[in-house]
Ligand binder design. Structure first.
Ligand code: NAD
Ligand code: UD1
Length: 337
C-alpha cells in the first residue's frame, strides 16, 4: 500500500514516516520546508535504511500535486502539512486560512481525480471549546478561539462533507493532545523556529541554557498546584496511531474522529520536576501571568481509539523526557547546527 505523507519533514510527520516504513507501507513524501528542514528527511532515510521519493513542493501548487499523484499510484494520504503557530495565526489569519484550507481542498480534489479513497488528517484537541467537563470525548462541545483552531475545525468539516459525498471514501480525523519526546536515536525531534510556543521545547532549551528561564504562564489556576494541566503523549505513540488509523480507514466508510492522548493530565510544575529528575539537570523557571486563551485543564478520554483503532499509548512520560533531552543535547541548534 502506498501512502502520500504531506508535511513529512515536520515533527510528527517525520516520526510517522518511520512507523509507516516499519509497518511495511511504501511512502511518498511532500513538504515545502516552510517549518522544517531537509535534514529531517535524510535522517528518516538513515534511521530506516529505506530510500523513498521526496518532493519539495507547496500543496497550494495544484499542478505539482497532480504530477506527484500521476507518478505514483497513491492509496491513502496522511495529511500533516499545515501552519500551526497559534499567535502567528492571530496576526496573519488569511495566511493560515489559505495555507491550511486550500492545501486540504487541493488534496481532496486530487483524491477525486486519482481515485484515492482514504485520508488521515492531523486535527487537534484545540477544536474543543473551553466549556467542557474533563476528560474530553469526541462528542465534547467544539468551538475555537483563534484562526489556527478554526482551520482545524473547518478542515474537519470539509473533509467530512467530501467523504460523505463520495462512495467508498473514508477519513480519520485524529485529534492530537500534546505530542512530546523524540525518536530514541536522537536523530529527529521537534525543531521549532525561534522561541518555542509549547512547553516541552521551552523546558529543554531553558535546561540547555539556550533560553534564560521558562516562563510558567500561570500558577493561580484552580488546579492542585495552580499550574495548567495537559495530556502529553510520546510522538512515537502518536505516530503509531496513524498506522492504526489507516487500517481503520480501509475498513470503515465515512469520516471518524478520534482523540489521541494518554488520558492522564500532568501539570507544568510536575513536568518541570519530572524533567529534572529524569535528566539530572535544572530547569530555571519563573512564574508569569497567564497566557491569554489558555484552558486550566485539558486531557483526553482516549477510549474510542483504544476500542476501535486498537491503539493506546505505550511509552512513559519519563521515556519521552529522556528522548527529548537526547535530541536537544545531540542537536543543540536543531537541524541547522
Ligand atoms: P510541523 O510544522 O513540524 O510540520 C508541518 C509540516 O508541514 C512542516 O514540515 C511544513 O514545512 C509543512 N507544510 C506546511 N504548509 C505546507 C504546504 N502548504 N505545502 C507543503 N508543506 C507544508 O508541525 P507538527 O508539529 O509536525 O504538526 C503536524 C500537524 O499536526 C499540523 O497540521 C499541526 O497543526 C497538527 N498538530 C500538531 C500538534 C503539535 O503539538 N505539534 C498538535 C495538534 C495538531
Ligand atoms: C498549544 C496550542 C494549541 C495546540 C496544542 C498542542 C497555544 C495557545 N495553544 O496548547 O493550539 O493544539 O499546543 O500542540 O499555543 N506553558 C508554560 N510556559 C510556556 C508555554 C506553555 O507554562 O512557555 C504552559 C501552558 O500554560 C499550558 C502548558 O504549559 O498549561 C502546555 O502549553 P502548550 O505546550 O503550549 O500546549 P497547549 O496549551 O495545550
Amino acid at each position: 500500500m502506498k501512502v502520500l505523507v504531506t508535511g513529512g519533514a515536520g515533527y510528527i510527520g517525520s516520526h510517522t514516516c518511520i512507523e509507516l516504513i516499519k509497518n511495511g507501507y511504501e511512502i511518498v513524501v511532500v513538504d515545502n520546508f516552510v517549518n522544517s528542514h531537509p535534514k529531517a528527511v535524510e535522517r528518516v532515510k538513515k534511521i530506516t535504511g529505506v530510500d523513498f521519493p521526496f518532493y519539495d513542493m507547496d500543496l497550494l501548487d495544484a499542478p505539482a500535486l497532480d504530477n506527484v499523484c500521476k507518478a505514483h499510484k497513491i492509496d491513502c494520504i496522511v495529511h500533516f502539512a499545515g501552519l500551526k503557530a497559534v499567535g502567528e495565526s492571530v496576526a496573519k489569519p488569511l495566511e493560515y486560512y489559505e495555507n491550511n484550507l486550500c492545501s486540504t481542498m487541493n488534496l481532496l480534489k486530487t483524491m477525486a481525480d486519482y481515485d484515492i479513497r482514504h485520508m488521515v488528517f492531523s486535527s487537534s484537541a484545540t477544536v474543543y471549546s473551553g466549556d467542557n467537563p474533563m476528560p474530553l470525548t469526541e462528542d465534547s462541545n467544539r468551538g475555537c478561539i483563534n484562526p489556527y483552531g478554526w482551520t482545524k475545525y473547518m478542515c474537519e468539516q470539509i473533509i467530512s462533507d467530501w467523504v460523505a459525498a463520495k462512495e467508498n471514501a473514508s477519513a480519520v480525523l485524529l485529534r492530537y493532545f500534546n505530542p512530546i519526546g523524540a525518536h530514541e536515536s536522537g536523530l529527529i525531534g521537534d525543531d521549532p523556529a525561534g522561541i518555542p510556543n509549547n512547553l516541552l521545547p521551552y523546558i529543554t532549551q531553558a535546561a540547555a541554557g539556550k533560553l534564560p528561564e521558562l516562563p510558567v504562564t500561570g500558577a493561580d489556576y484552580d488546579t492542585p498546584d495552580g499550574t495548567g494541566i495537559r495530556d502529553y503523549l510520546h510522538v512515537t505513540d502518536l505516530a503509531a496511531g496513524h498506522v492504526a488509523a489507516i487500517k481503520f480507514a480501509e475498513k470503515n466508510k465515512n469520516a471518524h474522529a478520534f482523540n489521541l492522548g494518554t488520558g492522564k493530565g500532568v501539570s507544568v510544575f510536575e513536568m518541570i520536576h519530572a524533567f529534572e529528575k529524569v535528566n539530572g539537570v535544572k530547569v530555571p523557571y519563573r512564574v508569569v501571568d497567564r497566557r491569554p486563551g489558555d484552558q486550566p485543564v485539558s486531557f483526553a478520554d482516549p477510549s474510542k481509539a483504544t476500542k476501535l483503532l486498537n491503539w493506546q499509548t505505550e511509552k512513559s512520560l519519563e521515556e519521552a523526557l529522556g528522548d527529548m533531552w537526547r535530541w536537544q543535547t545531540n542537536n543543540p541548534n536543531g537541524y541547522t547546527g
